[in-house]
Design a protein around this ligand. Structure first.
Ligand code: PNS
Length: 170
């Protein structure tokens, strides 16, 4: 039988527990998920290089054969087509996500009608978790270990080993 494949695209700079929650939910609907790092032109300055982001994601999913980690530098819908994916998975947190997500889903539909965007709600505990807020807190030495996978927390500590909580976080 043909396997159902979805692309879960994003900047993942870095991956958070909110993303992890989406991947867990996505795997209940699809046989395979491709976690794809794509370029978001609105986000100019990344904290982690694409290579670092891939490394972190690969560490996390090394024992999950149904999750692949890749990067793509072009259009999302073209990538979905090439990978044989008929769905793009995106997470919705609060109402504030909706407008941007709606615009992107409509644009993607216009670009390729064979690819559907599927929205899932994040778990309540991740409603306020985002890569940006995690980075901001970590930049000033804040403890974010409850919001990111352990290897990401470690990388953040290595990048910003300067805050008052640096020792406690390890
Ligand atoms: O995690 P993000 O930054 O919200 O993810 C946005 C992303 C990377 C999925 C989006 O910017 C994207 O799809 N970029 C690739 C270019 C593209 O196809 N854009 C959408 C249609 S214009």
């Amino acid at each position: 039988m043909k396997k159902s494949i979805a692309i879960y695209p994003g900047s993942f700079d870095p991956v958070t527990n909110g993303h992890m929650d989406m991947i867990t939910r996505g795997l209940k609907l699809f046989d395979r998920l491709i976690v794809a790092i794509l370029h978001n032109p609105a986000k100019r300055q990344a904290l982690f290089s694409v290579e670092e982001r891939i490394e972190m994601l690969e560490e996390i999913f090394k024992d999950h054969p149904n999750v692949e980690v890749e990067e793509h530098s072009g259009l999302l819908v073209d990538y979905a087509e090439v990978k044989g994916a008929r769905a793009i998975l995106r997470g919705l947190r609060a109402v504030s996500d909706f407008e941007y997500e709606f615009q992107m889903a409509m644009m993607n539909r216009r670009l390729n009608r064979n690819v559907q965007t599927v929205f899932l709600m994040t778990g309540l505990q991740w409603i306020f978790t985002s890569s940006s807020i995690v980075k901001e807190a970590a930049t000033f030495g804040g403890d974010v270990k409850s919001m990111v996978p352990a290897n990401v927390n470690q990388r953040l500590i290595e990048k910003f080993n300067n805050g008052p909580f640096a020792d406690k976080k390890k």
